[in-house]
Design a protein around this ligand. Structure first.
Ligand SMILES: [Zn+2]
Length: 264
């Protein structure tokens, strides 16, 4: 069984004491690649450093997370853009813009700035033809409105940590070349994803993710999450779609290969 973790904050300090062991466990569980999203300028550096430590296994995605959009967002974007441009020629190339998006869950203080920062980074995706890793909470309509302006030119991407209903899933799947990132929430007792997904999301539109260190799946809920735990998501997805775990892996790997280019 081989699978890919498309969203993991492996550069986070939660892994500072045992990162090598976490990577080792991931490999032993069948994980063949881990994609690391940045959230701001400082994390662009830690993401790149972590990816350099695990070449051909960890891959960087660079962007400004909506919760990190503050008064200095323009300066942050300027620096992140130069990271993106300058690293194109190095051994470790960014494979996506992310994670970016809109998040009005905690605060709307920087609502306008979030909209502007998101749209600017969506334009980078078109310009550089790098896929998007999108984080969206309590703002799907606003996000969809911005993406629609660029729909014909976007190379694709992931709506990360999808937890919505059928209607929301259908709205997102209208974007061709985009897939839903499915993580630990799927395994939570009250999750409706085991019904929603097979009802309206073909397996060709799903990728796997942990969002580690957050969102650990049942039966490890509440613990620090890590890539090797994806096996619990795979089992739950196989059950929901009435297919084998092997088929879940094969399909989601194909989906990743279609959207992301891991060639150097
Ligand atoms: Zn994340």
């Amino acid at each position: 069984m081989e699978f890919i973790d498309t969203h993991c904050h492996l550069d986070g300090e939660e892994f500072n004491n045992d990162r090598d062991a976490v990577v080792q466990r991931a490999r032993e569980a069948g994980c063949t690649s881990i994609f690391l999203p940045a959230i701001d300028v400082a994390s662009c550096q830690t993401v790149l450093d972590t990816c350099k430590r695990y070449p051909d296994f960890c891959y960087p995605m660079l962007g400004l997370h909506p919760e990190e959009v503050k008064a200095d967002w323009k300066e942050q974007l300027e620096q992140i853009k130069s990271f993106l441009i300058s690293h194109f020629s190095f051994l470790i190339s960014p494979i996506a813009i992310g994670e970016i998006g809109l998040d009005y869950y905690w605060s709307r203080e920087f609502e306008q700035e979030q909209l502007l920062a998101f749209e600017e980074q969506v334009r980078w995706s078109v310009e550089l033809q790098l896929p998007l890793m999108i984080h969206c909470r309590k703002a799907q309509n606003e996000m969809v409105a911005i993406l629609k302006k660029y729909v014909n030119d976007l190379p694709g991407g992931v709506f990360h940590c999808f937890t919505g209903n059928e209607q929301e899933a259908r709205q997102l799947l209208e974007f061709p070349r985009f897939v839903l990132g499915i993580g630990g929430v799927l395994t939570f007792k009250k999750s409706h994803l085991p019904e929603v997904l097979p009802a309206c999301v073909p397996l060709s539109r799903i990728v796997l993710e942990t969002d580690a260190p957050y969102m650990a799946p049942v039966p490890l809920r509440g613990q620090r999450n890590e890539s090797s735990y994806i096996v619990h998501m795979i089992d739950k997805l196989a059950e929901a779609y009435s297919v084998s775990a092997e088929e879940i892996c094969q399909q989601t790997n194909e989906n990743v290969a279609r959207i992301f280019s891991l060639k150097r």
